[in-house]
Design a protein around this ligand. Structure first.
Ligand code: URA
Length: 209
């Protein structure tokens, strides 16, 4: 079973409260999501491997450690995932970014790919799939499946808010994927929205409603 990490740092929880608030305007919403993404990037990279190295300070040789191992790939799910990319890139500027666009077919209710553009060496990278809202888990699962079909083996999922149903769905389908969230809310409502959640993340990020 993949682990579930709730990033409960006071700064994250403070900013998340303003993100939820319907009185927060688009500009502030976008900035707050960006800031929380940066803080969550700190948490999600906690276990990346380090290698010993040596540098010369102006005074003497110093032992140090630098990040080694797999390079990172950020995979935002369109469109709301885009709102978290720049915040993560502030800490991980060398990461490559791949995009996955999925929509739900109204007949089959299954996610359908409409846009996929990934780094050419995607299967060699540690991937962070990004979607602010983990609701039913259908979209996240489809994105992870798509990556696994391309032989990607190291995948983490980063969301702002999850429903218990979404966490269970990803755990069931992809027990190898660790999930990082700022909060797990009460439930999903009959429209597939997370309660209390924050509303439609895409609309709030891009001011489309
Ligand atoms: N997507 C959103 O943007 N919000 C939800 O509450 C659920 C899915």
């Amino acid at each position: 079973m993949g682990s579930l990490t709730i990033c409960d740092h006071p700064l994250i929880q403070h900013k998340l409260t303003y993100i939820r608030d319907l009185n927060t305007n688009t500009k502030d919403f976008r900035e707050l999501v960006d800031e929380v993404a940066t803080l969550m990037a700190y948490e999600i990279t906690r276990d990346v491997p380090l290698a010993d190295t040596q540098v010369q300070t102006p005074v003497a040789a110093a032992q140090g450690r630098i990040i080694s191992g797999r390079m990172l790939g950020l995979i935002p799910i369109l469109r709301a995932g885009l709102g978290m990319v720049d915040g993560i890139l502030k800490l991980l500027p060398a990461a490559k970014v791949g995009h996955i666009g999925l929509y739900r077919d109204p007949q089959t209710l299954k996610p359908v790919e409409y846009y996929v553009k990934l780094p050419t060496d995607v299967q060699e990278r540690l991937l962070i799939v990004i979607d602010p809202m983990l609701a039913t888990g259908g979209t996240a699962n489809a994105a992870i499946e798509l990556l696994k079909r391309r032989h990607c083996t190291q995948i983490k999922l980063m969301c702002l808010i999850a429903s218990p149903e979404g966490v269970a769905a990803v755990n069931a389908a992809h027990p190898d994927v660790d999930i990082f969230v700022a909060a797990v809310d009460e439930r999903l409502n009959e429209h597939g929205y997370i309660v209390p959640g924050l509303g439609d993340a895409g609309d709030r990020l891009f001011g489309t409603k």
